[in-house]
Design a protein around this ligand. Structure first.
Ligand code: HEC
Ligand code: HEC
Length: 489
């Protein structure tokens, strides 16, 4: 019986394709083979235990995420660089954290104040701010260079099993304070970065632990720290959420609990309800014909006329969570007292890791312009053409795409070593980046497919409103984001 059904469907398909009358049918057939081959479910959140934003812990996390009390000088919050209506990022090539002209201005027009430390007219933070959406879907590593890393990655676990390496411990060691998963572990670090949140005066000689303890003391209103906040209702909040009405502030408002709440807020931001998911789950009309053609290009190998994108952007989250050298343009201040950024090499010290960066997820990627680890590209067309021919894209780089304040005079000098590294890896057969050429039409098809990986919720402020803090919060320091014209974001 199965055999019979199969045979008739094959004959039917041949008839359909010979008649040439139903291209869409043919595209669906081709794609169904890819979907089966890659075991796509369409939904990377499936099977994971992720919190809902209405729960108490994510609600507390939201209040903390929006509070400038976690910035050393009380002028930055997590949300300064990760705002829901800006795709969970900041809409900038490179962020400005502490010392902004107007701390509540987010997105284009956020500027570093000329009276602030290390002012040079350009942005202060060396890497592009990634989205905080879908953080619960990462199983191996966090950050462009993966410096927060699961030592025992298990699919679906967000690093919850077997220890987490962080910059607080030596290479390959488990950080005993990392917390329950990768997302929680990450929230311990932005507050310790001078450019991002800490500022240059706050605990200026302190360790990371000193910074976190000071912030916890501030929220506790501990003895000697009572005057740091004009208003302070954090103890009531923590007691309610942890359901410990009699516990004292010192035991309850620890940085560990702050990290937990921040992480659970981020893990509640699950935006995976994409047209692509609907398509994989059976709605053949959820994708346009162009998006389907783009999908085939994305999945097919170059030998079959495809672009081989799936070699790295694999799985339902469209990332292999691995590190690759693709030589995206290097702009900005750079890392570690140089204007360069050597990416994964800082973590492992392995030569092959120089200039390698983690493959980003492509879910909701249309909302997180500009792109690349230094935010050099502000069009998807340029990003895709770069993958096809990095050398050419760098040589023909269009500087007018960049904000005029950005430090870009070293672009060529600083990107050349990465191009050279790519060449070396290719000659050793160690690069997964195929050499391809793409027509303008093919680039448009790929873009149409990438657009189908965006959840409409992230384009809709109303839909995002459960994740946006309102009111003044427990300390009166809630950041109410505005754009450069003063309008609410
Ligand atoms: C000044 C801007 C800025 C602020 C403020 C900031 N971040 Fe970030 N965030 C970044 C940048 C830049 C990166 C990428 C850094 C890297 O990869 O080296 C990042 C990375 C992340 C990531 C990793 C995403 C991924 O896909 O790997 C998470 C999660 C995150 N930040 C959460 C937070 C939280 C929580 C806070 C507050 C405690 C915060 N951020 C404050 C700029 C900022
Ligand atoms: C060799 C592995 C690899 C292949 C193949 C690959 N990519 Fe990428 N892709 C990456 C890496 C790594 C980055 C990030 C590089 C960086 O930030 O410097 C990236 C970045 C991107 C970005 C920007 C994402 C962001 O958040 O900034 C997009 C969009 C993208 N790739 C789409 C594609 C498409 C479409 C294809 C097929 C034409 C493709 N990629 C093929 C590894 C790959």
């Amino acid at each position: 019986m199965v055999n019979f059904v199969w045979k008739t469907s094959v004959i039917f398909l041949i008839l359909i394709s010979l008649s040439g009358c139903n291209e869409d049918f043919w595209l669906n057939y081709q794609l169904s083979k890819e979907i089966a081959k890659h075991n796509f479910t369409g939904d990377p959140a499936e099977g994971r235990t992720l919190p809902h934003i209405s729960e108490p812990l994510p609600q507390l996390g939201k209040a903390l995420f929006f509070s400038k009390a976690l910035g050393g000088d009380k002028d930055t919050a997590c949300v300064s660089c990760h705002y829901p209506t800006l795709g969970g990022a900041d809409g900038l090539a490179l962020p400005i954290g502490v010392g902004a002209e107007e701390p509540d201005v987010l997105g284009p027009g956020r500027r570093h104040s000329s009276s602030s430390e290390h002012y040079d007219g350009g942005p202060t933070v060396p890497r592009n701010s990634p989205t905080v959406f879908n953080m619960g879907l990462w199983d191996r590593s966090i950050f462009h260079d993966g410096r927060i890393e699961s030592l025992f990655p298990v699919p679906g676990q967000n690093g919850a099993i077997g220890g987490i390496a962080t910059p607080d411990v030596s290479l390959g060691m488990a950080d005993p304070d990392a917390g329950i998963n990768l997302t929680v572990a990450q929230t311990r670090f932005p507050v310790t970065s001078k450019e991002e949140m800490r500022g240059f005066e706050f605990e200026s000689d302190g360790t990371n632990a000193d910074v976190r303890n000071h912030l916890a003391n501030r929220l506790q209103g501990a003895s000697g720290f009572e005057h740091e906040l004009d208003e302070n209702r954090w103890l009531d909040e923590f007691r309610d959420v942890f359901n410990q009405p009699d516990t004292d502030a010192e035991s309850l408002i620890t940085y560990g609990n702050i990290a937990l709440a921040l992480g659970e807020y981020e893990r509640s931001m699950v935006f995976t309800n994409t047209p692509w998911k609907q398509y994989v789950q059976g709605d053949m009309a959820a994708l346009s014909k162009n998006a389907k053609k783009g999908a085939l290009l994305f999945f097919n190998e170059p030998q079959q006329g495809g672009a081989g994108c799936v070699n790295c952007h694999s799985g339902d989250n469209f990332t292999d969570e691995d590190f690759h050298v693709i030589a995206m343009p290097q702009i900005g201040r750079g890392k570690e007292d140089s204007t360069m950024d050597q990416g994964r090499w800082y973590v492992t010290g392995a030569d092959n890791d120089r200039y390698a960066f983690r493959t980003p997820s492509l879910l909701n990627v249309t909302k997180t312009s500009p792109w690349g680890h230094a935010g050099a590209y502000s069009s998807l067309k340029q990003v895709i053409l770069h993958h096809a021919n990095p050398q050419q894209a760098i040589t023909q780089f269009n500087y007018s795409e960049l904000d005029q304040d950005i430090q870009a005079s070293m672009l060529l000098t600083n990107t050349r070593p990465a191009l050279k590294q790519l060449q070396t890896l290719r000659s050793e057969g160690q690069s997964k980046l195929p050499r391809i050429s793409l027509s303008d039409k093919e680039v448009l098809l790929l873009i149409a497919f990438v657009e189908s990986l965006t959840d409409p919720c992230v384009e809709d402020r109303e839909c995002l409103s459960p994740w946006i803090a309102t009111g003044n919060g427990p300390d009166g320091l809630t950041l109410h984001a505005i754009n450069k014209n003063g309008d609410p974001l």
